[in-house]
Design a protein around this ligand. Structure first.
Ligand code: SAH
Length: 423
């Protein structure tokens, strides 16, 4: 009988030793992160986050931002990633192939694949907005890139990506030819990851005034330098249109309206009779008003207010609506705040039902990754019970397909948008 053929993953040390060049070549690891016993399973399952608590020790010299190999306690290669001592996610994994270097060609390949997907989705129009790179869901943990018309808005949430940003930016320039690239840093990320806090134009030219995009045939002005998130909530593109289909001749309340996306779709595509949008941010309300004007929409009125207070006041004044949209900010920022968040979502939905007429439409969203779809159903059950009203879920929706979900990192599934009829 002949010898079994060598499985390269079975004995990585031998494999690397047989080709000494590998150890020192660019993109290969000089050090290994050795897992604690029985901690390897999620990483064989290709989850990309190795928390500090899963690692037993580091073998060899490694600095933040360096490539490191993840090994089992018995010395088997699991995956290749990037080390960061400043983050709870001690290693972010990018490849499960022992022969794959994390070199320039690797990052270019991942970016090309991500951009090609958006072309497949028909989202390459120069005046449109789409998410070109969605972190873990595109195998690029720590990088988010939105294209807003002719500009790119880049968010860096991992140190490994930050260290390679110059190369990544060059590839993006080549692939999508933007006029300018902005970098935005989410609150709290700089300290959690040890990445530099930056906000503003990074390369190229800035638009003179707002950047303009078209989505679902509606024009929006976007504040690239100071707008929320990367400037526009692109993930709701298809939900705005879906919700609009239920708005005909209805009086609509658009809570947490930001730049007016749900309102404008309700007016332009849905034929809503009148629309009231509320947001606590004065800048958001200014954007929403400007966008309504830009599209010749006169049925939508926007007002700066806290949505909980506004709902209270509307109830007291016995105002009633044929549709209510709830698109609040992330209430659950961590697992520990989940219970408080669920209570807040419950309260909000309960209050919405108080101003929703029988047979009315409730469009209710949650962008907290920690709140599962099942949690959300359960929450609506509680609301139905307490308000003694029937809730029929007509559509359970998520983020638009340029925000894919990686089945090996379910944290990439975050947006729930349920369209319901309330009897
Ligand atoms: N529906 C919007 C996106 C909403 S994002 C769209 O389609 O584009 C969440 C919004 O909630 C933000 O604009 C933020 O300013 C607002 N917000 C946060 N807390 C609020 C509160 N307590 N009351 C009213 N608005 C609030």
């Amino acid at each position: 009988m002949s010898e079994p053929t060598t499985d390269p993953t079975a004995d990585p040390a031998a494999d690397l030793a047989s080709d000494g060049a590998l150890e020192t070549a660019v993109g290969f690891a000089a050090a290994q992160a050795i897992l604690k016993p029985r901690k390897a399973r999620p990483f064989y399952g290709r989850h990309p986050w190795v928390l500090d608590s899963a690692i037993h020790h580091i073998q060899g010299e490694v600095a933040d931002g360096d490539v490191v190999d993840l090994m089992t306690d018995t010395g088997k290669f699991v995956a290749r990633g990037i080390f960061n001592s400043q983050s709870r996610i001690r290693v972010r994994l990018y490849s499960w192939d022992i022969h794959q270097a994390l070199d320039d060609a690797f990052w270019r390949g991942r970016l090309e694949t991500a951009v090609a997907l958006r072309q497949t989705l028909g989202l390459e129009k120069r005046d449109g907005a789409c998410r070109l790179v969605f972190s873990e869901a595109d195998g690029l943990s720590g990088l988010v890139v939105d294209r807003l018309g002719e500009w790119l808005s880049v968010q860096v949430t991992g140190l490994g990506i930050e260290r390679r940003l110059d190369g990544i930016i060059e590839v993006l320039k080549e692939l999508v030819h933007p006029r300018g690239i902005f970098i935005r840093t989410e609150k709290g990320i700089a300290s959690a990851e040890g990445v530099q806090l930056r906000d503003g134009l990074h390369w190229g030219e800035a638009p003179s005034g707002p950047a303009f995009i078209t989505e679902n045939g509606i024009r929006y002005g976007i504040d690239l330098a100071e707008g929320q998130k990367t400037g526009f909530y692109i993930d709701q593109r298809e939900n705005r249109l879906a919700a609009a289909r239920y708005m005909r001749d209805r009086r609509v309340l658009d809570m947490f309206c930001y730049s007016g996306g749900f309102s404008l779709n309700g007016a332009v595509h849905g034929g809503a009779r009148e629309i009231y949008g509320f947001d606590s941010s004065a800048k958001a309300i200014a954007l929403a008003r400007a966008n309504a004007e830009l599209n010749g929409v006169t049925v939508a009125k926007f007002e700066e207010a806290d949505c909980f207070k506004a709902l209270d006041a509307l109830k007291v004044n016995r105002e009633r609506f044929g549709a209510v949209i709830l698109d609040p900010p992330k209430f659950a920022r961590s697992r520990s705040s989940l219970d408080d968040a669920l209570r807040a979502y419950h309260k909000l939905n309960r209050m919405a039902l108080d101003v929703l007429e029988p047979g009315g439409i409730l469009v209710t969203c949650s962008c907290s990754g920690h709140v599962t779809r099942e949690d959300f159903f359960h929450l609506l059950l509680g609301v139905a019970e307490q308000s003694k009203r029937g809730i029929q879920v007509l559509e359970t929706r998520g983020a638009a397909p340029d925000h894919p979900t990686s089945v090996t990192c379910l944290e990439s599934e975050y947006l729930k948008c349920f369209i319901c009829r309330v009897v």
